[in-house]
Design a protein around this ligand. Structure first.
Ligand code: HEC
Length: 128
């Protein structure tokens, strides 16, 4: 084998191995990044009860489900006859009311939240 050929083969070999290393390094980095993203998403969604979710995400504008920056939530039965309608509204938000995407509120939490909202009573207001 000529010397030149040997050198070329060596270069190809070295190129292939370092190339391979860089590739697996890149894959490792991507995997690491995915793990970080997954961890972050986990931290954002939790196993909170409907009431806890309400306090975390809604109470600032609907204090105790009464009027604040947002309206009182005592007419949900009238305005959102089905849970699907209510869920769609909560997911989308409107005007000043922020949307609640799945990253912020997963489907299980949205179920809990809606159950909590449906269970709200406004006896005091009605008596007055
Ligand atoms: C930044 C303030 C803000 C936050 C936070 C907020 N809302 Fe609202 N909400 C509003 C405003 C303002 C409206 C009235 C929107 C409009 O009609 O323009 C509203 C309207 C509503 C309505 C409609 C009421 C009706 O009878 O028509 C529901 C239901 C509601 N919000 C539920 C929630 C829930 C559940 C959360 C928590 C996930 C939440 N809101 C968080 C401000 C807020």
């Amino acid at each position: 084998m000529s010397r030149i050929l040997k050198v070329i083969m060596l270069m190809v070999l070295v190129g292939a191995t370092t190339g391979g290393c860089a590739m697996s390094e890149e894959i490792r980095r991507i995997e690491e990044q995915q793990k970080v993203t997954q961890r972050r998403e986990k931290q954002m969604t939790t196993d909170l009860s409907g009431q806890q979710i309400f306090i975390r995400s809604c109470n600032s504008c609907h204090p105790g489900a009464k009027a604040g920056m947002g309206p009182a939530l005592d007419k949900l039965g009238e305005h959102f006859p089905t849970d699907d309608k209510l869920k769609k509204f909560i997911r989308q938000g409107v005007g000043m009311m922020p949307p609640q995407p799945k990253e912020a509120l997963d489907d299980v939490e949205l179920d809990s939240l809606v159950q909590y909202l449906r269970g709200l009573t406004f006896e005091e207001e009605k008596k007055k």
